[in-house]
Structures are given as structure tokens and as C-alpha cells.
Design a protein around this ligand. Structure first.
Ligand code: ADP
Ligand code: MG
Length: 254
């Protein structure tokens, strides 16, 4: 049996007395696309943040490509990893945020080469060449020397995707990547994401874009109150959900 690229087992996470993730199990295979749906506050962002080790889990395990995320196993005991090792592993996971999070004082090219040059210590010329290739891939080859402030929201999000790809991540996480965009700019971002999915990138996408889920997802998860309530192929979860809560949610977003 092949190892899942991302595997969560019994993941719990609380903030104080607020129990946000209540036992999440998930498997995302290599090259698969998982779309996560669910109402606001159901724990979707927290789920992505635990996978990227921006949040530590309280209980359960997260593995990426077979490696335990925040821990090292020795016999049957687990030890927390050092911060350096956590940072190294985090660079293997790309994260695309709702609000782009580009560095405003750097050009598009510098935004993309920042992490490869400073975190991965790749030669500048190599990182620049990679940036050119990635900008071509997201349709922005002519914007390398532009500053983020001069770009549209859709263009900024495509730069953010190129920047995430520059670390050649094992998995790309998207947290509502089109929610902050004007409606006419959503399509250009979804189209880039669709290309990536077609090219075999492992992706976990939190989105309310049901059309994208239907067309691109291998699996759709519906989260409710910190649990994965429903999980299956898009046709099953979107057209024939087993739970009333999934049905109620879908009538609201469709
Ligand atoms: P979603 O992305 O599905 O809207 P989140 O994962 O952002 O849900 O949040 C789930 C719950 O956890 C919400 O009630 C939110 O207010 C709370 N929460 C998220 N992050 C934190 C934090 N760092 N500290 C305290 N509460 C948090
Ligand atoms: Mg969220």
C-alpha cells in the first residue's frame, strides 16, 4: 500500500476551553486534490495550520510524506522536534492565504526568490531562473519587476501561488484563496489551481467554490464543529450527501 502524502489520525486541538478539532482522520494520496468545505468556525483553517505546523496538535498525529510533523519517534516514544527542524519541514509545505501575504516592498521576482535564496540557500541565479519559469506557469511572465501594489487581486494571488511553488513543496495548502477577490478575478486563480492539479500537485483546498470542487477534487470533505462529517468523491458529497447538515450547508453556498 502506498503511503499517503498527508495523513491525520485522531487530531485534536483546543484553544483554551474551545475544542476546535475533535478527532480528525484524513488521508490525501500523492497527487490527489482534497477540497474541504464547511461553515465558518468549523475548524478548516486550524486544520490547515496543524498540517503546516503553524499550530501544534494536542493529541493525534500528522504525517507528511510519512514523516511525523512535529515529532521524532524513538522506539514507542515521541519527542518534539527542534524549531530548526520544524522550519525545515515547513518549507516542504506550501501555503496560500486568503489575503496573499506578499511582501509589499519586494518586487514579484524578489517575493518568489526570497525563500529559496534565504531559507534554502539556493544560488540567486538559479532562484531567478525558477521565478521566471513559475511566473510563466501562472501567466505573469511580464510582471517580474512589478511591485504587488500595482497588481490586481487575482494577479497577486497568482504570484502567491508561484511563491509557494518555488519551494517545490510536497503539498500545497490553500485557505480560501479566492474569498478576498472581486468575482471577475476568481476564475483566473481557479484556472491556475486547476492546471496545478492536472500536473499532479498534491493539494488541500479550503474553498466555497463548489464548481471547482466538482471539477477538480478527487475527494471532498465536509467539516462541521471540528469533525469531518462527510468524506467522499465530489458526486457523492455534493449531490447525494448522507448528512442533513451537509445538505443544509450546500443549499446556502450553491
Ligand atoms: P474556519 O476556518 O472553519 O472558519 P477556524 O479554524 O478559523 O475555522 O476557527 C475555528 C474556531 O477556533 C473559531 O471559533 C475560532 O474563533 C477559533 N480559533 C481559531 N484560531 C484561534 C486562536 N489562535 N486562538 C483562539 N481561538 C482560535
Ligand atoms: Mg478559515
Amino acid at each position: 500500500m502506498s503511503v499517503a502524502m498527508v495523513e491525520l489520525r485522531g487530531v485534536h486541538k483546543s484553544f483554551g476551553s474551545l475544542h476546535v478539532l475533535r478527532g480528525v482522520d484524513l488521508d490525501v494520496g500523492r497527487g490527489e486534490v482534497l477540497v474541504v468545505l464547511g461553515p465558518s468556525g468549523s475548524g478548516k483553517s486550524t486544520l490547515l495550520r496543524t498540517i503546516n505546523h503553524l499550530e501544534k496538535v494536542d493529541r493525534g498525529t500528522v504525517r507528511v510524506d510519512g514523516e511525523l510533523l512535529g515529532y521524532r519517534r524513538s522506539g514507542d516514544r515521541l519527542y518534539e522536534l527542534r524549531e530548526r527542524e520544524i522550519l525545515r519541514r515547513r518549507t516542504q509545505i506550501g501555503f496560500v492565504f486568503q489575503n496573499f501575504n506578499l511582501f509589499p516592498h519586494l518586487t514579484v521576482r524578489q517575493n518568489i526568490t526570497e525563500a529559496p535564496v534565504h531559507a534554502q540557500r539556493r544560488p540567486r541565479a538559479e532562484a531567478d531562473a525558477l521565478a521566471v519559469r513559475l511566473l510563466e506557469r501562472v501567466g505573469l511572465a511580464d510582471k517580474a519587476d512589478a511591485y504587488p501594489g500595482t497588481l490586481s487581486g487575482g494577479q497577486r494571488q497568482r504570484v502567491a501561488i508561484a511563491r509557494a511553488l518555488a519551494l517545490e513543496p510536497k503539498v500545497l495548502l490553500f485557505d480560501e484563496p479566492t474569498s478576498a477577490l472581486d468575482p471577475e478575478l476568481v476564475g483566473e486563480v481557479l484556472s491556475v489551481m486547476k492546471d496545478l492539479a492536472g500536473g499532479g500537485t498534491t493539494m488541500i483546498v479550503v474553498t466555497h467554490e463548489i464548481g471547482f470542487a466538482r471539477e477538480v477534487a478527487d475527494t471532498v470533505a465536509f467539516m462541521d464543529a471540528g469533525r469531518v462529517l462527510e468524506l467522499g468523491p465530489p458526486a457523492q458529497v455534493l449531490d447525494d450527501p448522507a448528512h442533513e447538515r451537509t445538505r443544509a450547508f450546500l443549499t446556502k453556498v450553491l
